[in-house]
Design a protein around this ligand. Structure first.
Ligand code: BGC
Length: 467
């Protein structure tokens, strides 16, 4: 009981911290009578200079880009963007912050903005785009979007993610599939196994592997990676509608539902398959374990596919890729997007040029090949993709009915709620004695709390088109 109260207090504090910055900026925006709407909020609290005073004679062509692409393959993909930008006369000034799923980058970004040191370009994804847009600090990319017909070429779900109050607030780069199962073909062949298509088969395969001394699943106890497994299990057991009920609408009834109980039980079973105590390892270390053949399977986003290539593994020869057990029909997505801080508009030309470049068919194809995801454009050619990407693209193209927004990757809900859910799932995962029913109660309590405090949270609304 004491822990539960402490937990709730902690949630409040976290929530308070997150909303303080937003409230500060919103209040400032309302109070500000400056002509540039986008510029106004930051200006009012002194984090950007007044338009008139700062308007420079020349446009700057160097852009600082804050992002969390720091693994070998992610670096290559970012370097490609830097090279393409360079040929357009724009210098990419790198501000990479390590930490899978942008855990570190999100914190650094907040700190930098409050300190008046916002980068010109930043990786902000999912509901966070609307959260930042609401503060009035982001550059509207409407002119580029209209000129290049983004509405005509983008998937509807992607359009939703980059829009805030009908303005385009981010340039989308690629779509990742978070429900990806990787399996080691040699190990599967040696032990006469087929890739599992549902929970029962998954469990049976794990038992067979354990019996012959093979670690079934490469995994980590890092909170976001544990929650990745959990969201996969929820989607597999409940389908996209139930998934949204739990993570987007955050319905307390869904938290008490038998499908949530089952997903928690399955999460505990998966933990039990691990032959050594699970360490908090980065996703790249997990990928290395899988690449060395020290585990037969891995479930994570398709960014790991790009990393496996660099580790000497070839898709369809050394390893297979399919939808995670029970979710092959669905697409658990994370869409990468870059937003621009308006600042004093000195970088506007370069920022718009960059946005245009990111959406070009050539950059979309090249970037996603290196990154492991698929283009955000509906006119991309699936015939030019590898088997894993093609399956992802074809599934995503089926529309909102099969899509589920990744909680972990900020696609389903605001940052504070996401952090609290991840912490709760992680807590359950670490404590083998924690009853499933208690975890459900705690999730339901969180939902009630956040559903009261997040009335009006930008971007967290549920739409018919995917979120
Ligand atoms: C991003 C990916 C990135 C992954 C691992 C996700 O949130 O969408 O681009 O590779 O995190 O850090």
């Amino acid at each position: 009981m004491t822990a539960s109260i402490g937990q709730v207090a902690w949630q409040w504090r976290e929530r308070w911290r997150a909303t303080t910055i937003r409230a500060l900026l919103v209040v400032a925006a309302l109070a500000c009578a400056a002509p540039g709407r986008v510029h106004a909020a930051g200006q009012a609290i002194g984090i950007v200079p007044p338009l008139a005073a700062a308007a420079p004679a020349t446009q700057s062509s160097g852009l600082q880009v804050l992002h969390w692409w720091t693994s070998t393959s992610e670096r290559k993909a970012a370097d490609l963007l830097a090279a393409r930008l360079k040929s357009e006369g724009i210098e990419w000034q790198d501000a990479a912050i390590p930490g899978g799923a942008g855990i570190g980058a999100g914190k650094v970004l907040k700190g930098r903005v409050v300190a008046g040191d916002a980068p010109e370009v930043t990786q902000i994804i999912g509901v966070s785009v609307a959260e930042w847009a609401e503060m009035g600090l982001l550059l509207e990319l409407d002119s580029v979007a209209v000129a290049d017909d983004w509405n005509g070429v983008l998937f509807p779900t992607v359009q939703d993610l980059i829009h805030y109050r009908k303005h385009t607030m981010a340039a989308p780069l690629g779509i990742h599939r978070v429900n990806t199962l990787y399996y080691n073909r040699a190990l599967f062949a040696r032990h006469g196994l087929a890739p599992p298509r549902n929970w029962n088969e998954f469990e049976a395969v794990a038992r067979r592997l354990l019996a012959v001394g093979v670690e079934p699943l490469a995994h980590s106890s890092e909170p976001w990676q544990v929650a990745t497994l959990f969201e996969n299990l929820v989607l597999a057991g409940g389908g996209p509608d139930f998934y949204r009920e739990l993570f987007v609408r955050r319905s307390p009834a869904a938290a008490f539902d038998a499908r949530t109980a089952r997903a928690l039980q399955h999460l505990r079973s998966v933990k039990g398959w691990s032959r050594a105590p699970l360490a908090e390892r980065s996703w790249t270390e997990v990928a290395r374990q899988f690449a060395r053949g020290q585990a037969a399977m891995m479930i994570t986003g398709d960014w790991a596919k790009a990393e496996l290539g660099g580790l000497g593994m070839t898709l369809d020869r050394d390893y297979g890729c399919t939808g995670a057990p029970g979710s092959d029909r669905y697409h658990l997505y994370s869409v990468d997007t870059l937003s621009m801080f308006a600042g004093d508009y000195r970088h506007r030309q370069a920022q718009e040029k960059m946005a245009r470049l990111l959406l070009s068919p050539a950059v979309q194809a090249e970037f996603n090949l290196l990154k492991g995801g698929v283009p955000v454009r509906r006119d991309a050619d699936p015939a030019r993709m590898d088997s894993c990407a093609r399956a992802s693209w074809n599934t995503f193209a089926k529309g909102a009915g099969v899509q589920a927004p990744s909680l972990v990757h900020r696609m389903a809900t605001d940052e504070a709620t996401r952090d609290a859910i991840i912490a709760e799932v992680h807590r359950f995962f670490l404590d083998d004695r924690a009853p499933v029913a208690v975890a459900q109660r705690r999730l339901a309590a969180l939902f009630r709390l956040f559903n009261i405090t997040s009335q009006g949270t930008p971007g967290a609304q549920d739409t018919d088109r995917g979120r």
